[in-house]
Design a protein. Sequence first.
Length: 281
Amino acid sequence: MRVSSKRSAKTPPPAPEPLTPLVDAHTHLDACGGADADSVRAIMDRAAAVGVQAAVTVADDLASARWVTRAADADERVYAAVALHPTRAGALTDAARAEIEALAAHPRVVAIGETGMDLYWPGRLEGCADPQTQREAFAWHIDLAKRTGKPLMIHNRDADAAVLDVLVAEGAPETVIFHCFSSGPEMAHTCVDAGWILSLSGTVSFKNARDLREAVPSIPLEQLLVETDAPFLTPHPYRGSPNEPYCLPYTVRALAELLGVAAAELAQVTSRNARGVYGLH
C-alpha cells in the first residue's frame, strides 16, 4: 500500500547476503525512484545482485497503472499489476474503468491489483474513498479479474470482515492473493481453507506484529509468496529506511527463522509459487 510517493531520507539498508532464486511478488518501482527505463533497470540490477530474479510492480492510481506497464516493457525482469488502490476508489470513473481494462489486457500485466478494502484511512486521509465506494470498486475489480483470468491482488487494512463479505457476495476469482498479509490466525485459516495465496512482507520481521507472527506457521508453504511492498515496510533491523527489491532476502531469512525452515528452501518454494501464480516465464 502507498499513500504518498515520498521516499525516506534515511540511508538505504546495505545489500544483504545473496539468496536465490527469489521473486518480489509486490513492489512499487515508481515510488522506489523508477522514473524511466534506465532507473528501472538499475533497481532490478541491484535486486539481481542478491538473487531477486523478478518483481511485480503494482499500480495504485491511473497514472501508476500506465507507468507499470511501461516499466514491464522496459525490463524483462519486471511484470505489472493494474488497479485503483481502495483509498483512490473514488477515481474509478467510466473512463478509468475503460483504461484499466485496456491496460489489464497487456501481456506483461499478470494481476489485477491492488484492490480491496481499507478501513484505516477513511477519516484520516484527505480524499480517501468511503467504505461504500471502496466496496463498489472492489466488486468491479473482482469482475475484471474473472473476465481477464488474471489473479486478484487484495489490499486489506483493518478490513478482514469487509473483504470477506465482498468476496463471498461477488464470488472470488480462481486465484486470490492477499498482498502484505497482516492479519491474525483466524483470518489466515479462513484464507488457507479457501485456497487463497498469502504474500508476506517485511512486517513479518517486526517483533510487535504478534498476531501476524502467530498466524504464519498455519500457512502452507505452497500458498506462500514473499514481497517487499517497497519502498515501504523495510524489514528489521532497517525499519524506517527506504525499501527496495534488493532487501527481499532480509524478509525471507526472518520468515525462514520463524517457520523453522532453511532460507534457501523457502527461496526456492516461494519463487516457484510466484512463477506459477503469476504465470511468469
